[in-house]
Design a protein. Sequence first.
Length: 253
Amino acid sequence: MPLIEVPELAVPKVALVTGGNSGIGRAIAARLARMGTTIVVGYNSRPEMAADVVQSLQGSGHSALRIAIDDSASVTEAAVAVGEKFGSLDALINCGGATTPVAANDLDALTNDIFDRAVAINLRGPFAMVRAFRPMLEQGNNAAVVNISSIAARTGVGSSLAYIAAKGGLDALTIALAKVLAPKVRVFSVSPAGVDTDFVPHRTRDQLQKVAERLPLARITAPDDVARAVTACIVNLTSSTGIVIPVDEGRHL
């Protein structure tokens, strides 16, 4: 019987992680760096945290770069900076996001400003990043885009109706972009729920625990759980694109 050739892992040389200065983004940066990837830690605020992430990463050549993903000029400037330094990009992880909690049944409290901000950051922002970095991704080595979505897009339960809608749009955008960017760039959504971070204002770990107890796997999702799914998309799922991967302890069930 002939030996089956196993393809080499598609470990990216250079990856950009928006929202890389905390939570899920920090965990993704750490995992990829341990694999030998040079990381650009994208952040909007708290530059000292971004600098701390850069210092903590294994390997060398890592850097922090301010990117306001809801500001086209900031995204364009970031693309120029990354292009001048690296020339190409192997992985773009759109992890930057924000939410303003509003009770689902309080439609009046969900103002136009809150809704527009949710869409601008969680949907238009990732699109702007892909649009700006597309030339570098198409020059990359088996490049991939991974959008960090939310299981709220599937369940209809989340921090606000605006956030749910924006993440639903992001999943649809993932599928559409997978067609547009093929065959050079693969595109994924990783869809977590109830991750143990401070992303949702005023949400406590006790609240997360109570929800987790009702889930099939009965545990709280850790940032590294999401990071492992992201690295799997980039490195292992080389024959896949346009898919949404829940990382939610079975909450979608």
